[in-house]
Design a protein around this ligand. Structure first.
Ligand SMILES: Cc1cc2nc3c(=O)[nH]c(=O)nc-3n(C[C@H](O)[C@H](O)[C@H](O)COP(=O)(O)OP(=O)(O)OC[C@H]3O[C@@H](n4cnc5c(N)ncnc54)[C@H](O)[C@@H]3O)c2cc1C
Length: 495
């Protein structure tokens, strides 16, 4: 007989199905209340028109409706999460708080503080794995260490899943719904204005329904994913990243479906490639958890020796990159996509990150912070992993001497210039050959198509070949540091 009352604290898991914390609370408590806190410790640093708040706001309405269908409801608070949770626990008289684990270092620190204060008030705090398939150090090397290379991690991940298929089992929230505390009133979630944000439409269909709609459409496209995912003009990827970020869908549901499509053959070759991408997400979450220093330093310490440009010229180059006026059409179109929609295609994240670090010589941390402000799907682990990959400072990163050429990337992945035309309409009349590098086109031919460089579109702000040489020199320091480390290691061996 369950006698305790519990509170489920929703954070980045805004759904009412297949939810570890909700299921555990419902199956072990007499009555369960649910809360989401608009946490001012996070919100105070965001611009008032932040698109993500609109997504969260719409997703909370969907979550509240979902909980009400099951017999419960959602309490929404605005304030410092630490104080709000402790206050609510006392108001409701609950003795247990359940939440799904958030692995970001600042979230872990916050939760540790919450747990301490709750303990002082006689309330237990339970944290559950929900956001990933395998967490923390569940997947380790044979020697018992954390992986730093993706492919062996993926193989070990798949092996573990093969041995523990129950990991993918859904948490059947509806089967234990009798324990929900019934709603005290009709739904009245705070409007965005009430918490100090500008109202507006969510940047994509939000909530559990929005996620499922996207996933259903993607399932039909999955067989071709392996090919289509590289072409930003095509609708070839799932666009589920924002839903995964805020937990409006369940990672178990997605992995299960991908596996079923692989087993039935319906997923063609695309299903296993897509599953790999979901494993990258687990991989970067694990990397961050096991190596929290990556938040503000290189994964590989030797790469902290790289001296990025940090003068007024670097500031100007950084501003041009942010605003999409580098003179390299694919880079600029990608930055316009990001600024206008809050989304950027994966191929373009790699191209723009490489361009900032290796063509402009600007510190990856500045680009990472810019993405963090702009991306709807911003996730510290994946963003940091992606940036350190592109800057060659990360684990399993692009080798530092491999430098993307922004023109050949454009020719390969947007051959006809369709994506570029979508975001740079001033170049719309250039043909598929001209559009990738307008400065190579004779001024008269450009003018015939309505483009004067410097007036309608910038001349390139750097010469790629010269930038490439500077980057090779910049990274030469790493070779020296590594040589010193090697010597020291050899010395140790001699002792
Ligand atoms: C510089 C850089 C920054 C990035 N920042 C983020 C970020 O802040 N948040 C984020 O979710 N992803 C980030 N990514 C990874 C990737 O670009 C996005 O997950 C993907 O573009 C989202 O589109 P989608 O949902 O259509 O992906 P799909 O291709 O449909 O992939 C399905 C899911 O797999 C996961 N995934 C795919 N690729 C990766 C990857 N390389 N690393 C980790 N997970 C992946 C995502 O959760 C994604 O939604 C970044 C990549 C780079 C190179």
């Amino acid at each position: 007989m369950n006698t305790s009352n519990s509170l489920v604290w929703f954070r980045r898991d805004l759904r009412a199905f297949d939810h570890a914390a909700l299921y555990q609370a419902l199956s072990t408590s007499r009555q369960v209340h649910c809360v989401f806190v608009y946490d001012t410790d996070i919100l105070d640093g965001l611009p008032r028109d932040d698109r993500r708040l609109r997504f969260i706001h719409a997703s909370l309405a969907s979550l509240d409706a979902g909980l009400r269908q099951l017999g419960g409801y959602l309490i929404v608070r605005h304030g410092s999460a630490l104080q709000e949770i402790v206050t609510l626990v006392k108001e409701l008289g609950v003795s247990e708080v359940h939440a799904n684990t958030d692995y970001e270092p600042s979230a872990l620190a916050r939760d540790a503080q919450v747990a301490l204060q709750l303990a002082a008030a006689g309330c237990a705090f339970h944290s559950h794995k929900d956001q990933v398939i395998f967490e923390k150090n569940e997947v380790l090397t044979l020697a018992g260490g954390a992986f730093s290379v993706f492919t062996p991690y993926k193989n070990a991940w798949l092996k573990r899943l093969g041995a523990r298929p129950d990991t993918l089992a859904a948490y059947p929230v509806d089967a234990v719904a009798h324990a929900f505390a019934p709603p005290a009133s009709a739904s009245a979630l705070p409007a965005l204005e009430e918490i100090g944000f500008t109202p507006g439409e969510a940047p994509l269909a939000a909530g559990m329904e929005g996620a499922e709609e996207l996933f259903e459409a993607f399932v039909d496209a999955m067989p071709d994913y392996g090919r289509a995912r590289d072409f930003p003009a095509e609708d070839g990827t799932s666009r589920l990243s924002t839903h995964l970020r805020f937990g409006t869908t369940s990672i178990r549901h997605l992995v299960r479906t991908a596996q079923q499509m692989m087993q039935s053959g319906a997923g063609g070759s695309g299903a296993s490639v897509w599953l790999s991408e979901l494993i990258w997400r687990d991989f970067y979450a694990m990397v961050l958890f096991c190596n929290p220093h990556v938040v503000d330093r290189a994964f590989k310490p030797a790469f902290d020796a790289v001296a990025w440009d940090a003068d007024a010229e670097a500031d100007a180059l950084f501003a041009a990159w942010c605003e999409g006026r580098t003179g390299y059409p694919l880079v600029d179109a990608a930055m316009h996509q990001l600024n206008q929609t809050g989304f950027m295609h994966n191929r373009l994240r790699m191209v723009t990150a490489s361009f900032l670090t290796k063509d402009l010589g600007v510190d990856w941390k500045r680009g990472e912070r810019y993405f963090a402000r702009q991306l709807n799907d911003y996730d510290l682990a994946s963003n940091n992993g992606g940036w350190q990959w592109a800057a060659s400072t990360g684990c399993d990163a692009q080798p530092w001497f491999r430098i993307f050429n922004p023109v050949t990337q454009s020719q390969r992945f947007d051959a006809r210039g369709e994506f570029i035309r979508r975001y740079l309409p001033q170049l719309a009349r250039l043909d598929g050959k001209q559009i990738h590098a307008p400065w190579l086109v004779k001024p008269q031919a450009l003018a015939e198509r309505g483009v004067v460089l410097g007036r309608d579109y910038p001349a390139p702000i750097v010469d790629h070949d010269a930038a490439r040489r500077r980057t090779l020199e910049r990274f030469a320091v790493v070779k020296k540091v590594l040589a010193v480390v090697d010597d020291a290691d050899a010395g140790d061996g001699d002792d």
